[in-house]
Design a binder for this molecule. Structure first.
Ligand code: AMP
Length: 287
């Protein structure tokens, strides 16, 4: 077994770079990112970060070049790898979708029988059409599949979509979803046996960061008589804390709530008697 520092492989280019670097930094890891740096030493944790092509990460982790990696679930499925997946990370969400030109008659995958489908995700696409017993010719493209129909290369494409705007610009409409993807944390299977406790602490660090990001800490004052009504409005992780205040007949209520719910919750809390409401960010949250 290796005695070198553990390595975490992350994308060096493309749309997963920024959210991945942000997550690691928010988790408290201190490291530099240079333009052309291939490896960064984490200064406050026994870990090196390798910056590599998004497409190479699954292979690097399964071969043990890196003990851990972050990449898209679509790329794990595409390589057919059984590399252990520690957890999905909630960003880089996209859907691998079948799309056809707006003016074509096709409405469902079955309508493509006997036709050509261009994609950079050959294996997922082949598996999908085989599983539905729809015979198609899968045409490999290395990127920009959305131009294939206009070039006469294929009647349909299977491509990644998040907002759908690239498809609209290219005169395409989605007909069916093939695969849902997001970023995922991968581990080398052998290293997982040896470094279990370190992997657990990295996973806890990332999970606590992601959980905190989605939640806010609310503090408010209220008359004692309003406690029950306010508690009903605050379904948090656990029941809210209710603290008596020096001012007779008043309490403070503290609760953890979903960040998305805060703005709709505020007027209802006020209507139920809350005042002096504070909304605070949460640094880390370990349930
Ligand atoms: P990139 O290096 O920018 O091509 O990113 C590739 C990975 O980012 C894909 O394999 C997906 O896992 C993820 N991704 C997230 N949203 C999208 C999207 N709208 N289009 C392509 N890839 C996406």
């Amino acid at each position: 077994m290796t005695t070198r520092r553990l390595r975490l492989a992350i994308p060096n280019k493309g749309r997963l770079v920024e959210p991945t670097v942000n997550l690691l930094r928010n988790a408290g890891l201190v490291f530099e990112t240079g333009e052309r740096a291939l490896v960064a030493r984490v200064q406050n944790f026994d870990l090196d970060i390798l910056f590599v092509r998004t497409n190479d990460i699954v292979e690097f982790v399964s071969d043990g070049v890196a003990e851990l990696g972050i990449t898209g679930l679509d790329l794990v499925a595409e390589t057919g790898s059984d590399v252990p997946q520690l957890r999905t990370l909630g960003y880089g969400r996209c859907r691998l979708t079948i799309a056809v030109p707006n003016d074509s008659p096709f409405r469902a995958a079955e309508d493509l029988a006997g036709l050509r489908v261009a994609t950079s995700h050959m294996n997922i696409t082949k598996r999908f059409f085989e599983s539905r017993a729809i015979p198609v010719e899968v045409i490999p493209v290395s990127g920009a599949a959305e131009v294939a129909p206009r070039l006469g290369l294929a009647e349909a494409i299977v491509d990644l979509v998040s907002t759908g705007s690239t498809m609209v610009v290219n005169g395409l409409r989605p007909i069916e979803e093939v695969f849902a993807s997001e970023a995922v944390l991968l581990a080398n299977a052998a290293a997982q046996q040896v470094h279990g406790p370190i992997f657990d602490s990295i996973q806890t660090m990332l999970s606590a960061t992601l959980a905190a990001r989605d939640r806010k800490y609310l503090m408010m004052n209220a008359p004692v008589g309003k406690a029950a009504e306010l508690e009903d409005l605050l379904p948090g992780l656990e029941s809210p804390s209710v603290i008596p205040l020096a001012h007779e007949g008043m309490i403070a209520i503290h609760a953890v709530v979903d960040a998305d719910a805060v703005w709709s919750l505020l007027p209802r809390l006020k209507a139920a008697g809350a005042s002096g409401i504070l909304i605070l960010p949460i640094e880390k949250l370990v349930p």
